[in-house]
Structure formats: C-alpha cells, structure tokens
Ligand binder design. Structure first.
Ligand code: COA
Length: 238
C-alpha cells in the first residue's frame, strides 16, 4: 500500500489524500479571508460550539459543519478517525498515535505550502467530530491536479455530511483557488464514495489504475481499478 512522504508512512489513500506540492497565491487566500464574513457564516454564529469558535482565517462554515484546516492540534482526532472501522476499511489500517501526530503535522505543513489541504469536520453546534475531507493537490498522469476527498465516522453515514464537505471543497476550489477543474477517484467498488461524487454533479471520466483494493481479493494491489470523476467548475455544475 502506498505511503505519504513523512514517516510513519500511511498507506495508499493517505498518500493521495495527504500529498501536495504547488503553492497558492496570497491574493486567493486574501479573497478567502474576505469571504469569511459571508451571510451564511454570520447567520449561524450564535449557535456555535463555544470550544470550537477560533479556527483561524481558513476555517469554513457550512450549514451543519465547521471545517478547520488540519494541523498538529488535530493529531488525536485524526487518530480517532483512523480507528473507525468503516474508514479504516478504505483508508488503511488504524494509525498509531505517533503516526497520527506526524500526519497532522504533515498536513499542517501542506496547508502552509500549498494554501490548501484537508479539513477536520465538526458539528458546528455540538462540536462533535464528524470526519475529514476537502481539497488537496496531487498528481495524475504526471499532471498536477486538485483532488477532493472525504471520510465520515461510520455512525454518521447516511446524513449527507460527506456531500456537504465535498460541496464546500468545490466552492473553495473555485472561489479561493480559482480552479476550473477538480478530480476525485476511488476504487471502483467503493459505491458510497462514488455516490458522493455523483451527488456533487461530478462526471465519470474513466477507469484508472492505482495501488488499492480489488473487490473479492484480500490486501492491496499495485494496479487496482479506480473510478475517476471530474468536476467542471467553469460551468457551474455544483
Ligand atoms: C464515503 C463516505 C464518506 C460516504 O458517506 P455517506 O454517508 O454515504 O455519504 P453522505 O454523507 O454524502 O450521505 C449520503 C446519504 O445520506 C442521505 N442524506 C441525508 N441527508 C442528506 C443531505 N442533506 N444531503 C445529501 N445526502 C443526504 C443520502 O440520501 C444518502 O443516503 P443513502 O446512503 O441511503 O444513499 C463514507 O462511506 C466513508 O467515510 N467511507 C470511508 C472512507 C472513504 O471511503 N472515503 C473515500 C475514499 S476515496
């Protein structure tokens, strides 16, 4: 299974979801900071969880979620997410606490360098940990791409949280990063993740081969079939 660039090396999906390279511009970050005062944010502010109200300028608020850039402070929550069997089934085996600390630091560093990476998601009213997700920079066929992803704690599946994270990530890509296209990919048999892509209006593009899971076979395979979806942000598809 494939791995991130910092030790300990989480596998396969973690490399995809927690990679990144190209820096973003200061102007786009400034545009995002201005956007924090939008109507949706202020409407809900009175309901916010008192312990979750200071997440920095890159924090996003959706109807139900508070999305905070992952950094060193989220090591314990990342650890918890990777103990969740429904997440571990697709994202790799449970992380150790040390690995979670290194992963959280790595993602924080990618935010600093790339201007984007994964958020940790909390219920914006109760503060309950919901999952993680969002946009990160990756490479596909040798080309830099923006990839959107998600993972939600198993007891919270079936409520639309992943779709909510994904929709906010696509808005972030368009409004803050100025992106016109975003990709998402998952093993062909990850029906729930593909359903999120489809709910977001992403178009199935083609099958690609990456290290991952193959239905009916144990372990990780070097060239597992993945479904690649594309969101065309230039035509207002989300
Ligand atoms: C992939 C994953 C995030 C999808 O979770 P999910 O709960 O199925 O997806 P959503 O949060 O978008 O919820 C959609 C479901 O909630 C329902 N729903 C309820 N309220 C909704 C709302 N406001 N908006 C959208 N859907 C809503 C939908 O009808 C759908 O129901 P269904 O499962 O009966 O079809 C989850 O399975 C997971 O964490 N898997 C492990 C990690 C993983 O595979 N990540 C992807 C790796 S590429």
């Amino acid at each position: 299974m494939a791995i991130v660039s910092v030790p300990p090396r989480p596998r396969r999906h973690r490399r995809r979801e927690f990679s990144g390279a190209a820096p973003s511009s200061t102007a786009t970050i400034a545009a995002f900071v201005a956007e924090q005062d939008d109507v949706r944010s202020t409407r809900r502010r009175s309901q916010e969880h008192p312990h979750r109200t200071s997440g920095g300028p890159l924090q996003r608020l959706t109807d139900r979620l508070r999305l905070t850039p992952i950094g060193p402070a989220h090591a314990e929550e990342l650890y918890q997410l990777y103990q969740d069997p429904g997440i571990a089934e697709w994202s790799g085996p449970a992380l150790s606490r040390d690995a979670a600390r290194e992963l959280a630091a790595h993602v924080g560093e990618r935010w600093r360098i790339d201007g984007v990476h994964k958020w940790i998601a909390h219920d914006r009213v109760t503060g309950e940990l919901v999952g993680r997700g969002g946009m990160s920079r990756t490479e596909l066929d040798g080309e830099p791409r923006l990839e959107v992803g998600w993972a939600v704690r198993t007891p919270l599946w079936g409520r639309g949280y992943a779709t909510e994270i994904g929709a906010e990530a696509l808005r972030f890509a368009a409004d803050v990063l100025g992106a016109t296209e975003v990709v998402a990919f998952t093993e062909v048999h990850n029906r729930r993740s593909r359903a999120v892509m489809e709910r977001l209006g992403m178009r199935y593009d083609r099958e690609i081969r990456l290290p991952g899971l193959v239905a009916g076979w144990p372990g990780v395979h070097p060239d597992a079939p993945f479904a690649l979806y594309v969101a065309d942000l230039s035509r207002d598809s989300v």
